[in-house]
Design a binder for this molecule. Structure first.
Ligand code: PRT
Length: 125
């Protein structure tokens, strides 16, 4: 079986309705076509190269600032979730900020995103 996952199979998994859930079955299965892995690769390169003007590199140079940003963004997501006039758009924007800052925190601690996915996988029931 090919170890390369096609875009079609990713889309089929994303849009799947009913039937068995999408279950990756081999290490690295998550890699292909998954935007968070692409983001992780960019963040790791910002960590390694520390180019001038990179917000990520600034955060990675200051772990406490990264931790504060994760908490701040989590708080902002909760504020949006708790509004009576909830907006999908605002929730998605705040959630994206949270995910980005969490990914920066993971890269700073050198915890691969695959490790997080493995923990979630093990919790499936
Ligand atoms: N996904 C993101 C992303 N999401 C949010 N942000 C930044 O996160 C910040 C959000 O925090 P705030 O709204 O609180 O803004 P702020 O007041 O400027 O932040 P602080 O001064 O409080 O830290 C903004 O500066 C956004 O630009 C991001 N910055 C970068 N990325 C990704 O990271 C990659 C590398 O970015 P650089 O490191 O900047 O090259 C980019 O290509 C993107 O893919």
């Amino acid at each position: 079986m090919s170890r390369v996952i096609s875009m079609r199979s990713v889309m089929a998994a994303v849009h799947h309705n009913g039937g068995p859930p999408f279950r990756p079955t081999w290490p690295g299965h998550y890699r292909s076509g998954v935007p968070l892995h692409d983001l992780e690769a960019v963040l790791r390169s910002r960590r390694d190269d520390a180019p001038a003007g990179s917000y990520t590199a600034e955060l990675l140079a200051d772990p406490e600032r990264t931790q504060r940003k994760i908490m701040e963004e989590a708080f902002e997501v909760c504020l949006e979730l708790g509004r009576t006039d909830r907006s999908d758009e605002r929730i998605a924007e705040e959630a994206a900020d949270l995910v980005y800052h969490l990914m920066v925190g993971l890269v700073g601690a050198d915890v691969p995103f695959d490790h997080v996915l493995r923990v979630l996988e093990e919790r499936k029931r």
